[in-house]
Design a binder for this molecule. Structure first.
Ligand code: NDP
Length: 392
């Protein structure tokens, strides 16, 4: 018997709610809360099981704490925005409830991924006797668990990791982002960074690229970016020499982005306009399609995985582990596109492992710190099959 409180009723929140509802033996009671109650109610209407909804501003720890006390959940799954991570973690500390999220904290006025803010909660979570599981989406999330699986089952030593992320789907818009536009554009326009021989090396935004032949998709140009899982993998995969993250973009997307940047529309500092202050990127978000609205006509597939090199049975080996997800199939099942689906399913599985005691700890953890086996077993059962092959 367990009660989950899901915070955030966007694309990912919808998938998490659908997926938790499919596992009534673990998630006996589901409450979905977000800033806009109508969005929660719209998701509730898609689900055959009764769930409760509530309105909450998760930036307001007092308001959130009051809701948590009223609902009395065993676990909070935070799929609002990265800005809310710390206020939700504060509310978890105050009420003694376990916490899970899919994206690390970012301050609003500074586009910077960094786990430090959340890792700093470790001792307080430990002393309170609660668990926080960070970054349990696909990337971060499944990609970290793929690395832990490779280390446990195939390699004595992992030397390099390349995380490759391709969305080959078509949504019919000239320009749109697959998850929250503000978060997405901040991420893509940031300077690139990767880990090599104990150091972090920076690159100009999207300046390093190469072609990769994605299974079931074909060759695509992918661009080196910084992504938050690099930080935790550099800490948790012993002896790793290099970790990089790559994402594919179409020329159409890159051209739009370049123009938006050149005219100042991706700025995150406030500018004065007709007597009021507006943040250009927030204004742009208001103009772009809501990511969850892309789902209905989305076609094509995503492929996200890890290319890993290391020492296997005493010899150098190269290996690729990945998932393929189909946008239209995701929509048929849970009314979401594949990016939301590949994030929401792992969040539900992480929650299930916490609630059933398969993954337990006191403090704040990244997913690769736990045994990957129960997670890897559950992925295909809940809609995300994975394939692994040795390349050399
Ligand atoms: P959306 O923008 O679609 O949804 C965010 C939801 O959070 C909205 O319902 C929004 O409410 C709600 N929200 C925002 N601020 C607050 C607040 N102060 N209080 C309560 N609710 C709030 O984003 P996505 O669903 O696409 O993404 C959700 C999270 O998943 C993000 O953190 C994103 O970074 C992460 N993500 C992780 C991935 C991974 O693989 N690890 C991949 C993709 C996303 P409203 O509708 O009122 O604005």
């Amino acid at each position: 018997m367990s009660r989950v409180l899901i915070i955030g009723a966007g694309g990912v929140g919808g998938v998490v709610t659908h997926k938790c509802a499919q596992v009534p033996e673990v998630f006996t009671d589901i409450v979905l809360a977000s800033r806009t109650l109508e969005k929660c109610d719209k998701i509730r209407a898609q689900i055959s099981r009764p769930i409760r909804t509530a309105r909450v501003d998760a930036d307001n720890t007092a308001e959130l704490t009051a809701l948590i006390r009223e609902v009395s959940p065993d676990l909070i799954i935070n799929v609002a925005l990265p800005y809310q991570d710390l206020s939700i973690m504060n509310a978890c500390l105050e009420t003694g409830v376990d916490y899970l999220d899919t994206a690390n904290y970012e301050p609003r006025d500074e586009a910077r991924f960094c786990y430090k803010w959340q890792w700093d909660y470790h001792d307080r979570f430990r002393d309170r006797g609660i668990m926080g599981l960070l970054g349990c989406g696909f990337d971060p999330g499944v990609t970290n668990i793929f690395c832990a699986h490779a280390l446990k089952h195939h390699f004595e030593e992992i030397r390099t990791i390349d995380i490759v992320d391709c969305n080959a789907g078509k949504h019919g818009h000239a320009f749109a982002t697959n998850f929250n536009p503000e978060i997405n554009i901040r991420e893509v326009t940031a300077r690139g960074k990767y880990f090599e021989n104990g150091r972090w090396i920076e690159t100009d935004p999207l300046s390093v690229h190469e072609t990769f032949d994605f299974p079931e998709i074909g060759p695509r140009e992918m661009y080196l970016m910084y992504h938050e899982e690099l930080e935790s993998l550099a800490k948790n995969i012993p002896g790793v020499r290099r970790i990089r993250f790559w994402m594919t973009f179409s020329q159409e997307y890159l051209t739009h982005l370049r123009v938006l940047q050149n005219v100042g529309m991706t700025r995150i500092d406030p500018v004065s306009f007709q007597g009021c202050e507006i943040v250009p990127l927030q204004f742009l978000k208001a103009l772009l399609p809501d990511p969850s609205s892309l789902a209905q006509n989305y076609e094509g597939k995503t492929c996200i995985g890890c290319v890993i090199e290391g020492i296997r049975e005493g010899k150098p080996g190269k290996y690729f582990i990945y998932n393929i997800c189909d946008h239209a199939e995701a929509y048929r099942e849970v009314k979401a596109q594949a990016i939301s689906y590949t994030t929401g399913v792992p969040a539900m599985i992480g929650g299930m492992l916490m609630l059933t005691g398969a993954w337990r700890g006191r403090g704040v953890f990244n997913v690769e710190e736990f045994d990957p086996d129960p997670f890897m077993e559950k992925l295909p059962l809940h809609g995300l099959p994975w394939t692994e092959k040795f390349l050399e």
